[in-house]
Design a protein around this ligand. Structure first.
Ligand SMILES: Cc1cc2nc3c(=O)[nH]c(=O)nc-3n(C[C@H](O)[C@H](O)[C@H](O)COP(=O)(O)OP(=O)(O)OC[C@H]3O[C@@H](n4cnc5c(N)ncnc54)[C@H](O)[C@@H]3O)c2cc1C
Length: 297
C-alpha cells in the first residue's frame, strides 16, 4: 500500500532514503530546516565565491555507482567525476610533505624511498585491505544494521582475529617510519574512531584510499547533492526547505505526525536523517531510547 512518508532533513542519508522509498511507490516528502538542502554537504555562496562547506574527499566511487544504478542511472548522468592525480599531499611541516600518487605501484615506490623494505610490506597490507573491502563494502554495509549478528558471516569468521587486534598496532608492527604510520592511520579517522580503538579489519579504508583513489566532482561536492535532489524529484519526492521540525507526535506508541513551523502534519511513517540525539529530542522524553546522560557520554 502507498504510504505517506515524511522525512526530516535533506542530507545524503535523507535524500538516499527518499529515493528508495519513492521508488517503492510511496508518497515521500522531505522537510529541511535550512533554506538550502544538503545538510553538512551544503554550499555557501559569498562575495562571488562558492564553497563546499563540508565533505571534500570523494572516496569509494563504486558506492555512488551502485546507488545511482539502483535507479537505472549512473553518476555521469548528473556530474563529471575526476580522479585526482596526485591523489593528495600529506604535510608534516611547512615544506615537509609526502605526495600520494593516484596508483598503488607509485605509492609503493614512495614508501620504499622513505623506509627500506616498506614497499613490499605495503603491497601485502593492501592485499588484505582489498579482501576486507570486498567483504565489508560489497556486502556488510548493505545489511540493515539491526543486529551485531549481521557481522557474522563465513568470510568474517575466517578473519575473526582481525576484530580483536586494532589497526594502530597492526600498522606499527609492519611500519616503523612515523610519517608512513600516520599516513596509514589516517583513513580510519573517517569512521569517527581513533585507530587504536578500531579493529584491524577496518583496514579496508586503506584500500578505499590507495586502491580506489581520491576523486572529485567537477563542480564540487555539492554536485552530488544536486544529483540526488534531481533523482529524488524525478521519482516524485517533494522537498520543502525552511521547514523546521519542532516535534514528532506519538499516538499509541507510534509516531503519527510532525509539527512543522507550528503546523501539525500527519504521516504513516516518519524517518529522520538528522543526528540521532537531535531526532530523539523531538520526541517526548518517555518515548526516547537513550537518556541525556548516555548521549553525553
Ligand atoms: C567539515 C566536514 C568535512 C567532511 N568531510 C568529509 C569528506 O571529505 N568525505 C566524506 O565522505 N564525508 C565527509 N564529511 C562527513 C559527511 O559530510 C557527512 O557524513 C554527511 O554529509 C552526513 O549526511 P547526513 O544525511 O547523515 O546528515 P546531515 O548532512 O547532517 O543532514 C541532516 C539534515 O537534517 C536537517 N535537520 C536537522 N534537524 C532538523 C529539524 N529539526 N527539522 C528539519 N531539518 C532538520 C539538517 O539541517 C541537515 O540538513 C565531512 C563533514 C564535515 C562537517
Amino acid at each position: 500500500m502507498r504510504k505517506n512518508i515524511k522525512i526530516i532533513g535533506s542530507g545524503f542519508s535523507a535524500l538516499a532514503a527518499a529515493c528508495y522509498l519513492a521508488k517503492e511507490g510511496n508518497k515521500v516528502t522531505i522537510y529541511e530546516k535550512n533554506s538550502t538542502i544538503g545538510g553538512r554537504a551544503r554550499q555557501l555562496k559569498k562575495d562571488g565565491f562558492t564553497f563546499d562547506i563540508g565533505p571534500t574527499w570523494y572516496w569509494m566511487p563504486d558506492v555512488f555507482e551502485r546507488f545511482f544504478n539502483d535507479f537505472g542511472k549512473k553518476p555521469s548522468d548528473y556530474y563529471e567525476l575526476i580522479k585526482l592525480s596526485p591523489a593528495y599531499q600529506v604535510y608534516f611541516g611547512v615544506n615537509e610533505f609526502v605526495t600520494i600518487a593516484d596508483n598503488l605501484p607509485e605509492i609503493i615506490t614512495t614508501f620504499e624511498s622513505i623506509e627500506k623494505g616498506s614497499g613490499e610490506k605495503l603491497a601485502s597490507f593492501m592485499k588484505e585491505a582489498q579482501s576486507n573491502y570486498d567483504i565489508a563494502i560489497k556486502d556488510l554495509v548493505y545489511r540493515p544494521g539491526v543486529s551485531p549478528l549481521e557481522l557474522i558471516t563465513v568470510e568474517t569468521a575466517l578473519k575473526v582475529n582481525q576484530f580483536f587486534g586494532n589497526i594502530s598496532k597492526d600498522i606499527r608492527r609492519r611500519f616503523k617510519n612515523k610519517k608512513l604510520v600516520q599516513i596509514l592511520e589516517f583513513p580510519v579517522l573517517f569512521l569517527g574512531a581513533k585507530p587504536s580503538d578500531t579493529p584491524s579489519f577496518y583496514n579496508f579504508m586503506n584500500f578505499a584510499d590507495f586502491g580506489l583513489g581520491t576523486w572529485h566532482p567537477k563542480n564540487g561536492m555539492y554536485s552530488v547533492v544536486l544529483a540526488m535532489e534531481q533523482l529524488a524529484k524525478e521519482l516524485g519526492v517533494t522537498i520543502n526547505v525552511n521547514s523546521n521540525i519542532e516535534k514528532i507526535e506519538v499516538t499509541d506508541g507510534k509516531a503519527t505526525a510532525l509539527v512543522i513551523n507550528g503546523e501539525k502534519v500527519a504521516a504513516d511513517i516518519i524517518l529522520s536523517g538528522a543526528d540521532y540525539h537531535h531526532s530523539e529530542t523531538l520526541l517526548d522524553e518517555k518515548h526516547r531510547a537513550y537518556s541525556e546522560k548516555y548521549c553525553k557520554y
